[in-house]
Ligand binder design. Structure first.
Ligand code: HSE
Length: 430
């Protein structure tokens, strides 16, 4: 290997892999100036080698064997774009043991099985770079790790799944059905191979795990994160929220309170003038509050071929610039600064939107109000429209309340004979 060449091994030639090949080819000169190296794909693997060739990889460099890439002595950095937590784990583990740096967009792998891999990277003095794994082209990893290194984060709210944000936007603004909006998101290349990961909130939770690791210096147990997706969201509730001046967004939320950390992915109401409420379509945004920097918001494309490929290539440039293993060690391995317990959501405090669906009758509103009051849930507003008398939706916005109390009250109300349907509960984030 020529000292001026950084040998790249690409494993996985899906949407993002294709984008990486294009950028490395089209911007070779600029990337050389910026990194000091020729960034050259010396070996690329995909089960479908014809695909690699159609993307412009020379036949002699295309293989269907990941091992061939890992064992190539001219490969310095491996780009893992296989996805998932199975084969991808084995590939990354072998590559780290072979002393190769890793660049990956695989949030599931790092969120669920990252601890061992980071330890292995540290032992072998190589990097695991994962800017592309969280919010695609938004340099949020670098922003938290480097830009806010003098700060302590106090709150993180993020729209980090483009598929869900696209679906919600299309359903609300264009009246598209959930199924059609999801199909569009898939054909636009935002959605995961299995889109249940998107719509059920797992993808956002993977990203939240990685952001919390950097932002709060802790290694949260992914399985303890509260995850609620958008597939059961009622359009009626979304429309009622809109009438009251709120938009519904799927949010990833991290809030530390004393030594506890609330980590949750859930659909939430945001006042329509909240900056995150106006993040539309497949766009992502992360809003942070830090002790010194105070509020900041990062906005951009979180998915798609070229935006995600841009983050992958930027990580390669950064590895090229990092130089010595000492620098790599301090830069890439998240520090365990704090041990937070992941707090149960029943201890969460916020305002709530609650929709009861009841039959028409005497004193029903009074009964609902008194049960809420007994559980220390104070009502801020009530909306009951003149509608079908057989089915009356009542929408209540509460003051800040403890979630456990609110849920106990709702359970009690749902058991009463005037209640027709399970209540709709949405948190209001401020
Ligand atoms: N499927 C993800 C999204 C993109 O829709 O945001 C990759 O993280």
């Amino acid at each position: 290997m020529n000292k001026k060449t950084l040998g790249i091994g690409l494993i996985g030639a899906g949407t993002v892999g294709g984008g990486v090949i294009k950028i490395l080819e089209n911007k070779a000169e600029l990337l050389f100036k910026r990194s000091g190296f020729n960034l050259e794909i010396v070996k690329a693997a995909d089960l479908d080698t014809d695909k690699l060739i159609s993307l412009g990889i020379d036949k002699t460099k295309a293989t269907n064997s990941a091992d061939e890439v890992i064992n190539d002595k001219d490969v310095d950095v491996i780009i893992e774009l296989v996805g998932g937590t199975g084969i991808a784990y084995e590939i990354v583990e072998k590559a780290l043991n072979a002393g190769k740096h890793i660049v990956t967009a695989n949030k599931a792998l790092l969120a669920e099985r990252g601890e061992k891999l980071f330890t292995l990277a540290e032992k072998n003095e190589v990097a695991i770079a994962f800017e592309a794994a969280v919010a695609g082209a938004i340099p949020i990893i670098k922003a938290i790790r480097d830009g806010l290194s003098a700060d302590t984060l106090q709150c993180l709210l993020g729209i980090v799944n483009g598929t869900c944000n696209y679906i919600l936007t299309e359903m609300i603004s264009s009246g598209k059905s959930y199924a059609d909006a999801l199909k569009d998101a898939q054909s636009l290349g935002f959605a995961e191979a299995d889109p249940t990961f998107d719509v059920e909130g797992n993808d956002s939770a993977h990203k939240l795990t990685l952001l919390s690791q950097l932002g709060f210096g802790t290694s949260p147990d992914f399985t303890k994160i509260n995850i609620e997706g958008i597939s059961n969201l009622s359009l009626e509730d979304v429309a009622s929220a809109a009438k009251l001046g709120y938009k519904v967004k799927l949010l990833a939320v991290a809030r530390p309170i004393n030594n506890q950390l609330f980590l949750s992915v859930h659909p939430a109401l945001l006042k329509e003038n909240h900056p995150l409420a106006n993040v539309m379509g497949s766009m992502n945004a992360i809003s942070l509050f830090a002790d010194n920097a105070q509020e900041s918001m990062f906005y951009g494309r979180g998915a798609g071929e070229m935006p995600t490929a841009s983050a992958v290539v930027a990580d390669i440039v950064e590895i090229a610039r990092s130089g010595s293993s000492d620098k790599i060690k301090s830069k890439w391995i998240p520090d365990a600064e704090n041990t937070y317990d992941i707090a149960p959501m029943n201890d969460y405090h916020c305002r709530f939107f609650v929709r009861f669906t009841v039959s028409d009758g005497f004193g029903i509103l009074g009964k609902i109000a008194s049960i809420l009051g007994e559980k220390h849930v104070s009502i801020k507003s009530v909306e009951q429209n003149e509608a079908n008398e057989a089915r009356v939706p009542i929408v209540i916005l509460t003051q800040v309340a403890k979630e456990g109390n609110l849920r106990e009250a709702v359970k009690e109300i749902e058991a009463l004979d005037f209640n027709l349907e399970p209540a709709g509960i949405l948190r209001i984030e401020e």
